[in-house]
Design a binder for this molecule. Sequence first.
Ligand code: PLP
Length: 406
Amino acid sequence: MNSTVTHLEGAIDGTRLPAGQLHGLHAGRPIWVRYDLDAVRRLVTPTMIAARPPSLWRYRELLPLPFNVEPVTLGEGMTPLLNCPRLGGQLGLSKLWVKDESQLPTGAFKSRGMTAAISMAKWLGVKRVALPTAGNAGGAAAAYAARAGMECYVFMPTDTPVVNQFEPHLYGAKAFRVNGLINDCGKIVKDGAERMGWFDLSTLKEPYRIEGKKTMGLEVAEQLGWRLPDVILYPTGGGTGLIGMAKAFHELMELGWIERRPLPRFYSCQAEGCAPIVTAFNNGERHAELFPNARTIASGLRVPVAVGDFMILDSIRASGGKALAGSEAKIAPWMVRASTAEGISICPETAVCFDVLEQLLASGDVQHNEEIVVFNTGAATKYLEALPVELPLLDKDHLDWGRIAG
Ligand SMILES: Cc1ncc(COP(=O)(O)O)c(C=O)c1O
């Protein structure tokens, strides 16, 4: 047996699609990968997985790449699930964890999706990929494309963080700034597919980035001893992370590797300046409207329209969670507060989650004794613009110790 994938499936209408070939959208919407979970159960056990190297490819039987094909990898995962007693103490929480995705190869969780998507694209004969990006996906795609020996085209809004502009250049991609938002960049990628012969690697417009992101959920379960927390806070833009994790938990339940108990409540966190999922959730809708004048320093959350909106909203509702917006003014203070408390490099997107967590504690939606996992999806050091800093200058010949002592 070379793979446990049985087929692919249109997420909007359940249409069965063949495995082992390139896919984009189906009926304008994303595609799921489906596995023979009985076969997975026969091939591997949690004990066998525990003995494998600490990379997300340890979950090989639950990933789409055929077993005899080498993945395109930079040694991504596992990321630490860090206990946060000091920050938890400040918030009155006894069980607060941060899953620190900033430690992945390109400093953000986007590496997970890209190792899976680029591996599959390479196996299926793709030589050139293109994608729109809010920032981190472009850097990760460029790095993995370089690793695969593939050409990569990246399109990003003009005011994308400078480090995200630097990354594709560093990894030899052709990168462009566009006077618009990520959806405008997405249109360029779509329109150029025929003329440029590239494969569209946009969020959720191919089936395999979700599978890579799914490993965040697999890792959390394994790191907690094959059980799940009560609550997960996740910064949501395009939604692959949240959708992928929900998929992971269902697969683990089907496998019998975790208990059939209520799944964690997903709290989808968006910035008030771009909160289409929050608006749709509050209005009881399954699809989100384009969010007007999207603006936030949490650039990964500046996604005014998501092709997988219904998958995000279905996952949140099925879990008993909610979608909430965090305040723009609190992003920078929360980056510093959370990073200072625990020494973790907290990105602006995750700073939004901490504001949302405070709201949830105040409203009683989350109890102080619950076990909570917050995803830190990227490294703060990638966002120089979010937290402009000028350190005090010292004269080395006339040291002012009063100033140093502060
Ligand atoms: C740091 C960071 N966090 C969160 C997100 C949102 O990701 P998702 O597509 O999983 O909603 C992004 C997307 O660009 C990001 O870069």
